[in-house]
Design a protein around this ligand. Structure first.
Ligand SMILES: O=C(O)c1ccccc1N[C@@H]1O[C@H](COP(=O)(O)O)[C@@H](O)[C@H]1O
Length: 217
């Protein structure tokens, strides 16, 4: 029985990264999107990337980034995976995967059952689908808002590798896992003490709760 995979996203300092590794998380997410309070520079990415190397899987999160931006991010962080969290098309996801030869996580915004069904279009081009609450059409930042969507929509979903995200926290992650059977979870806001600032105790509590909740599967 494999355990649930846990990703902590939006790490921007060394203490946040060390707390994530110490808690036993599987993936560390780094945000490259200037409008996000969790955005990191290439210089910070180089530093955190060196520390994380071989200790935790590094995920570079971008939003509709072009090739030259991705080139610079990949060179700085040396990520193990790329997370595309914008309006990237199926063709764009395929092109990114071909260019960088890295596993790709494609975020799918969910507001209703049709969004879950339409994710099938990305199944052949993305390695992992990440289901998150759908952002408002005019949202400045299309994620990391701590918004939960209706987990019932994901009950019994078993079409390939996927992650659940959106408003998860140490108090609700076990229930989310029980209800959806998700093989992996991703969190940002729910392990912060203020927007953009991670809390070590919350990170540890989240990983522990996810491991316990995921033990049912
Ligand atoms: O974390 C961010 O700032 C962010 C910015 C732009 C796109 C996505 C972002 N985060 C991702 O959003 C989801 C949900 O986060 P939360 O737990 O509800 O705060 C998660 O997958 C983050 O990786």
């Amino acid at each position: 029985m494999a355990g649930v995979i846990v990703k902590i996203c939006g790490l921007s300092t060394l203490p946040m990264l060390e707390a994530t590794i110490a808690a036993g998380a599987d993936m560390a997410g780094f945000v490259f999107f200037e409008k996000s309070p969790r955005h990191i520079t290439l210089e910070t990415a180089r530093e955190l990337g060196r520390v994380a190397q071989e200790r935790i899987r590094k995920v570079a999160l971008t939003v509709d980034a072009d090739d030259s931006t991705l080139d610079a991010i990949v060179a700085a962080l040396a990520p193990d995976l790329l997370q595309l969290h914008g309006r990237e098309t199926r063709e764009r996801v395929a092109a990114v995967k071909a260019r960088f030869r890295l596993p790709v996580i494609k975020a799918i915004g969910v507001a209703g059952a049709a969004d879950v069904s339409s994710a099938a279009a990305f199944r052949e081009v993305a390695d992992i689908l990440l289901f998150d609450a759908k952002p408002a059409p005019n949202a400045a930042v299309p994620g990391g808002a701590g918004t939960v969507f209706d987990w019932e929509l994901m009950r019994g979903y078993s079409s390939g590798d996927w992650m659940l995200s959106g408003g998860l926290d140490p108090a609700n992650v076990a229930e989310a896992l029980r209800l959806t059977g998700a093989p992996a979870v991703d969190v940002s806001s729910g392990v912060e003490r203020e927007r953009g600032v991670k809390d070590e105790a919350k990170i540890a509590a989240f990983v522990a709760a996810a491991r316990k909740g995921g033990a049912f599967f």
